[in-house]
Design a protein. Sequence first.
Length: 341
Amino acid sequence: MREQLANIRAQALSAVESAGTAAELDALRVQYLGKKGELTAVLKQMGKLSPEERPVMGQLANDVRAALEEALSRQGSILEARALEQRLRDEAVDVTVPGKPVKLGRRHPMYIALDEIKDIFIGMGFTVLDGPEIELAELNFDRLNAGEGHPSRDWSDTFYFDEDSRVMLRSQTSPMQVRAMDTMELPIRIIAPGRVYRKDEVDATHSPMFHQVEGMVIDKNVTMADLKGTLNTVVEKLYGKGTKTRFRPHHFPFTEPSCEMDVQCHKCGGVGCPTCKGEGWIELLGAGMIHPKVLQMSGIDPEVYSGWAFGMGLERTAMRRFKIADLRLIFENDVRFLEQF
Ligand code: PHE
């Protein structure tokens, strides 16, 4: 039995030392120390021994077991360390490999201009509103004092969704005036940028979709002087100090009096050139004092409150700001053009 134990010890220890995986170690543990294992089998023969031999063999068997367990756990740790090292090697990241360059996009020139406009108005205490491009004709026309029969409601100018001309693509951002009056507390100071749609053929200055920025102020004692002062300030901030403007009388159904504001041509300084079509001035926006009927339709007493509004073409503003000659460049998204801003 002494020999048997010595053999088991030698075999088992060498097997454990050469085990390459945790699974192999487990199998060896079962093979030698398990219930039906080889060491256990030897121990079962203890009964046959003499009482003097029994404790000696018992001690010997315990030593073998202890040595085996120690070897198993040592080899286990070695394998674990080896596996960790392998994983670290496999998952290593070579930080010296050059990266793939990411192509950075840039802001569209029109949105650069819009952000500048927003900044200017936010600085003056205005709130920026966003509204639907699919609009009710009631808000785009009726509530703006352009009732049935008004020429701008014509099917040849407007994209309608239904036979009875109730739902349409908004032709101006002015319905946002109505939406603001219907939902906001007085006094109101808002701008509302967004897309508008008209049945225009595409050319250097026209597109069936373009952008406007609506602006509106309603408070007590608001006058045309406030309108002019505010818009002049905006123009100087956009185009530089000393930029000249001029206000011409005009007509809009929802303002009274109404005007258009021109900016002196940046190219010729007012003398007249191809950019301003010989006029010396470039039209920038329509504006006016909000018609008392429009205030009334929104439940605002025109005896107590007054207001002004304007609607500015955003493409036109960006074209002037960046000296872009053709409106189509703004929408074609040719990277060679966009990269310049
Ligand atoms: N909505 C008008 C247009 O599209 C512009 C405008 C807005 C005029 C507000 C006066 C007041 O031409």
